[in-house]
Design a protein around this ligand. Structure first.
Ligand SMILES: [Zn+2]
Length: 237
């Protein structure tokens, strides 16, 4: 079963940001500001407030004790029976989910039909997700559920964004790489009218800052994993 409170808040944040016409970079800035209020960057105040509430919710949500306790039966069922396009993504952050919805809206898709199921991945990594699925690798999961497998996002998070850089550089580089990459990969399927898409990911990532130097991390690669603990299932109709 999806964590409904989590699902509800994520949805509200995304719908709010879309209404305010926040772009990808603005969305990332709001996340950074919610995590680090003292950093001198500007972000939409109400969006920051909503993200702070989400952070609190994630921190206070009871986590599954082990990966086997992740309630992902629903994910397996929906994915196995899905008729439209299917993707399995290694590492999908909230900003990229936002961007996929933003792009869908630009294409004229009805965002109200979108659902973003959310689960807590207790370790915030691929290993926990594989255990929850009881499969040996992400490729095996992709093969058994007949999904495309996108692993480039996680590689970017580690190879490019794993080291600290100036916050402005980090955000513009995320915009050039993480955003561009995911849109490039799902664009074609999104543009097909009446095609429904399912995008499943194993975990997200966090933004970690020391003064104005920041980097991306997930799971135990972070001092305090928060957003990386989200395992999303995005359904676009
Ligand atoms: Zn990783």
């Amino acid at each position: 079963m999806s964590n409904y409170e989590l699902e509800f808040q994520i949805r509200e944040i995304i719908i709010y940001a879309l209404k305010r016409r926040v772009n990808y970079e603005g969305f990332v800035k709001a996340i950074v500001k919610a995590l680090y209020p003292n950093l001198s960057i500007y972000a939409e105040p109400e969006l920051v407030r909503k993200l702070k509430a989400l952070i609190e919710l994630i921190n206070n949500t009871e986590k599954p004790k082990t990966p086997y306790d992740m309630p992902i039966e629903e994910v397996k069922q929906i994915t196995a029976n899905w008729k439209g396009s299917k993707y399995l993504v290694d590492d999908l952050g909230l900003p990229e989910i936002y961007e996929i919805l933003r792009y869908s809206m630009q294409l004229g898709r009805n965002i109200n039909l979108t659902r973003i199921l959310a689960f807590i991945n207790p370790w915030g990594n691929t290993a926990a997700f594989k255990l929850a699925f009881d499969e040996g690798s992400m490729r095996e999961i992709a093969r058994n559920y007949v999904t495309d497998f996108i692993r480039g996002q996680d590689e970017l998070v580690h190879e490019i964004f794993g080291k600290f850089m100036n916050i402005e550089d980090l955000i513009s580089s995320m915009n050039n790489k993480l955003r561009t990459n995911i849109i490039h990969l799902v664009k074609h399927d999104l543009e097909i009218k009446d095609n429904s898409l399912l995008i499943m990911a194993d975990h997200g990532y966090d933004i970690e800052c020391e003064s104005a130097m920041c980097r991306l991390c997930h799971g135990n690669g972070c001092i305090k994993p928060i957003f990386s603990l989200i395992t999303p299932l995005v359904i676009l109709r």
